[in-house]
Design a protein around this ligand. Structure first.
Ligand SMILES: *Cc1c(COP(=O)(O)O)cnc(C)c1O
Length: 534
């Protein structure tokens, strides 16, 4: 298997190189150059596998420059007995109703679905880095990776948990000082690990992100740190190493439906995916392409409805107001991974893809041709959920099923209801649940406490405390006691953990902050070598 850029200038790249580079030098995204196809016999075999075995089975077809031992190392670290996921099943499937199941992807260390990929990406990178060093014969200690990330909350924490103490890789995360929730800030400031630094930026998320982009684009800076063996890389979902692990859980969910005899092997299933940067649902599309029986992929967005509008009209228009919602991980106007879908659906037309992405960069919008659009619409269905609808869905699902969902998942369930009403399609469906309800507990508590129960159920509504006046840590136990659901362990202990990172910098001082961080390492290495020599 080799990889190529969606913009055509790069071809024949190995999996290792694609993962280390993150983004192609022509600005495009790496995609597989050959088709992967699992036939029905293989699908039957996959339906009998546990999560880790299934992951290895799929990885082998995409990471062909990794040995079996190297793949085993990656899946064992991410999903094995000593991993940060529950040993029996990292991604449980819960049956809600006759046709609807929920795939819970938030049982990892940060209680959001990004852990599913970010617990394995660092292992991919460490293996890839080792291979690169071996082939280049670089002296040990050289050829190190510095991951830089700006985060609005979820990605940064999940990346740090993944990369903590990874071989040859350091990670630095910038977050907007007043732009993340109490819980998210505490999650980051208490982060442990010898290869990590977290700094708050005086500004908003855009300031932090532009700062990081400027550093990536600064050739002189790259040359400077290269002298000490550093190469910059990204843990963002444009990295193919983040998409690959996400293909696995679609097969896993399918296998669970077969095992629980809800479907027969070969029956088509629909998936509903709460969507922001289009990474999660693109992985579902890749699963479909390589043989998973899928009916429709239902793309659910919040009031930032740019992607749903695109799927419904063929016109992508980012020139609109940015809305701050209660599902913040989906607040986005530029959805990067759509580039991979357009490339594929246009028959791998690299010229058209480059042109559309240029139009997006310069004018903020583009139009795709009719045949590409009809290809997309034959598989995808899309709609959005407003803030009111999202809150009402959390309450409704709680009242009807006594099952608690977070606002991102609620956007998915709301759009699923719209899909059934609009199409009448009762195909067995899996709704992807992307975060623990406790991670967004203020919105969840507001939705379930004292909401008028119009679901027709006879259960009593919960008593209403004054949510607004309670901090998010106290709210954890209030919500847990009222619902009888345990707080996930990583969130429960959070307010007792020691704060380790208190750094704050101006947006213009971010480059210097990175240098300080990387140089701390240079000094440490000299010391270590000196001690060994003595
Ligand atoms: C990142 C995220 C999403 C959106 O996923 P994409 O791959 O960007 O489409 C949805 N929900 C949660 C909780 C997230 O953290």
């Amino acid at each position: 298997m080799t990889y190529k850029s969606t913009r055509g200038a790069v071809k024949g790249i190995s999996f290792s190189e694609a993962v280390l580079k993150g983004i192609a030098p022509d600005g495009g995204l790496f995609v597989p150059e050959q088709d992967v196809r699992f036939d029905s016999l293989e699908l039957a075999e996959m339906c009998g596998m546990d999560y880790k075995t299934l992951a290895a089975y799929i990885f082998k077809r995409y990471a062909t420059d990794f040995s079996d031992e190297e793949i085993e190392y990656c899946v064992d670290r991410a999903y094995g007995k000593n991993s940060r996921f529950p040993a029996d099943d990292p991604a449980p499937v819960v049956r809600l109703s006759e046709n609807l199941n929920v795939l819970e992807l938030w049982h990892g260390p940060t209680s959001a679905f990004k852990d599913m990929a970010l617990q394995v990406l660092p292992a991919f990178m460490s293996v890839a880095l080792k291979k690169k060093k071996q082939s280049a014969g670089t002296a040990d200690g050289m050829g190190r990776i510095a991951i830089l990330t700006a985060t609005s909350g979820d990605t940064g924490k999940a990346a740090m948990e993944g990369f903590r103490d990874a071989d040859g890789i350091d990670i630095m995360v910038f977050f907007p000082e007043n732009g993340v929730s109490e819980m998210q800030k505490r999650q980051m400031q208490t982060q442990e690990g010898g290869n990590i630094r977290v700094v708050a930026v005086r500004g908003n998320f855009d300031d932090a992100q532009s700062g990081v982009k400027r550093i990536f684009g600064d050739d002189e800076f790259r040359r400077l740190i290269r002298k000490d063996g550093w190469q910059l890389s990204s843990a963002n979902s444009i990295n193919f190493g983040r998409l690959l692990p996400q293909i696995v859980y679609y097969f896993h969910a399918y296998a669970e439906l077969v095992r629980s005899e809800q479907i027969n092997l070969g029956t088509k299933v629909n998936f509903v995916v709460p969507t922001g940067n289009f990474g999660d649902i693109l992985a579902a599309y890749y699963a479909f392409k390589c043989g998973l029986p899928v009916g429709h992929l239902i793309c659910a967005v919040n009031s930032n409805s740019v992607v749903a509008d695109f799927i419904n009209t063929g016109f992508y228009n980012a020139n609109r107001e940015f809305m701050v919602t209660i599902s913040p991980a989906m607040d986005i106007l530029i959805s990067s991974n759509l580039e991979r879908l357009i490339y594929d659906m246009s028959g791998e037309d690299e010229k058209a893809t480059s042109r559309l992405m240029m139009e997006l960069m310069t004018g903020g919008c583009y139009n795709i041709d009719r045949s590409t659009l009809s290809g997309i619409r034959s598989l995808f269905w899309a709609s959005s959920a407003s803030e009111t609808e999202t809150t009402a869905t959390i309450a409704e699902v709680w009242n009807r099923y006594r099952y608690l969902i977070d606002p991102h998942t609620a956007v998915g369930v709301n759009v699923y209801d719209k899909y059934v009403i609009s199409t009448g399609d009762l195909t067995p469906t899996v709704a992807v649940s992307t975060a623990s309800p406790f991670k967004f507990n203020r919105s969840v508590a507001s939705a379930v406490f004292g909401q008028a129960d119009n679901s027709g159920s006879s259960q009593e509504p919960l008593n209403t405390p004054d949510i607004g006046s309670i901090n998010e840590f106290a709210l954890l136990s209030i919500l847990s006691e009222a619902t009888g659901i345990d707080v996930p362990a990583p969130l429960a202990g959070l307010n007792k953990k020691q704060i380790l990172h208190t750094g704050v910098c101006d947006k213009d001082a971010m480059k210097q902050a990175v240098l300080d961080f990387l140089e701390r390492d240079a000094v440490r290495d000299v010391g270590r070598n000196g001690a060994q020599g003595a």
